[in-house]
Unconditional design. Structure first.
Length: 334
């Protein structure tokens, strides 16, 4: 860390320091593509949810409404001004999680376990599963900034380990509980399995508003990367031309997400592609490469070749998951 300012020691910053300019571009491209993919998934969910409420308008029509709303919200250029929409989104996520968890526990007690297959050994389903699991690693790019922002960074690893263990338990039990309740009929979005009643309507509306409010937060890293690395526009543009450029960047990004969501509306397959192409790199390959370069001289041969083996397996999985996801997007889920 000697010789570098704290603001340089970000995920992308490490890419520049350790892998050079090419590595920096690779990290930025992967981060940008991952965030855009997340925004596309948001548009798909919101469009499908609106369509379930009222099918008199096609799904692409609701996507265009999302375009109008997000074009305005994404013009917010200060990350601090997005904290309010983020807080609202986080509260809604918590309410959704608790509600569905409680509903599934109640259904499991009433109807019993419907999970009649312990293991799904299908080679067509396995890569998609890995891609969606990798999608859960999306927060890895904010780890270093969070540590730098702590008043007492020495406690960071304890907090990080506790959070990861808690999230692993939460994700595992949430997914398993849903499968135990709905069995083979479990959908890629669990809200599709909920019955048509007032409870489900409230849950779907909450999900929809959560995604609308948090969409600008997911888009923010993409627009900031384009502003700084493509347009070379500073955090505080000094001319009207720079302001216009930033506005068009945000409009184009939202347009791109809506267009892809309309032509490729397969939510699960999309997560598989993003997870395989982006988050396996962000969550596995890049961190291992960073670690190898930083600590190569202190690693034993067993640890060194073990990390190389992880990289090889990660590359194979990335290709397998991405290709499988593309097939699902084009031909449908097998």
């Amino acid at each position: 860390m000697r010789g570098y300012r704290p603001e340089e020691l970000t995920f992308a910053g490490l890419g520049r320091i350790l892998l050079g300019q090419i590595g920096f571009i690779m990290v930025l491209f992967t981060m940008g593509f991952a965030q855009l993919g997340t925004c596309i998934a948001y548009v798909i969910i919101v469009s499908e949810t609106f369509y379930e409420f009222y099918d008199g308008i096609p799904k692409w029509g609701y996507a265009m409404m999302m375009l109008a709303v997000q074009t305005l919200l994404c013009q917010i250029r200060n990350i601090r001004n997005l904290q309010y929409t983020s807080i609202v989104g986080n509260v809604l996520v918590f309410l959704i999680l608790v509600s569905i968890y409680g509903y599934n526990l109640n259904m499991l007690g009433n109807s019993g376990n419907k999970a009649d297959i312990a293991w799904d050994l299908s080679l067509r389903h396995f890569p998609r599963c890995i891609g969606i699991i990798a999608f859960a690693l999306e927060g890895i790019t904010v780890v270093l900034p969070l540590e730098a922002a702590m008043k007492q960074p020495r406690f960071f690893m304890t907090i990080l380990d506790s959070t990861l263990v808690g999230l692993a338990i939460l994700l595992l039990t949430f997914g398993e509980l849903g499968y135990m309740v709905f069995g083979d009929a479990t959908e890629d979005m669990i809200i599709k399995n909920l019955p048509s009643n007032t409870f489900t309507t409230v849950i779907k509306a909450t999900v929809m508003f959560n995604l609308i409010f948090t969409f600008p937060v997911q888009m923010f890293p993409v627009t900031e990367i384009i502003d700084a690395e493509v347009l070379s526009v500073g955090a505080k543009p000094s001319t009207a031309t720079e302001q216009v450029k930033r506005s068009f960047v945000r409009l184009f990004c939202v347009l791109f997400c809506v267009f892809i969501a309309i032509i490729l509306p397969n939510f699960g397959a999309l997560l598989g592609v993003i997870g395989g192409f982006c988050f396996i790199f962000l969550g596995l390959l890049f961190p291992v490469l960073f670690f190898l370069i930083l600590f190569e001289e202190t690693l034993t041969s067993v640890k060194f070749w073990g990390l190389i083996f992880i990289c090889v397996i990660g590359c194979v999985l990335s290709m397998l998951v991405t290709v499988n996801g593309v097939i699902d997007l084009v031909y449908g889920t097998g």
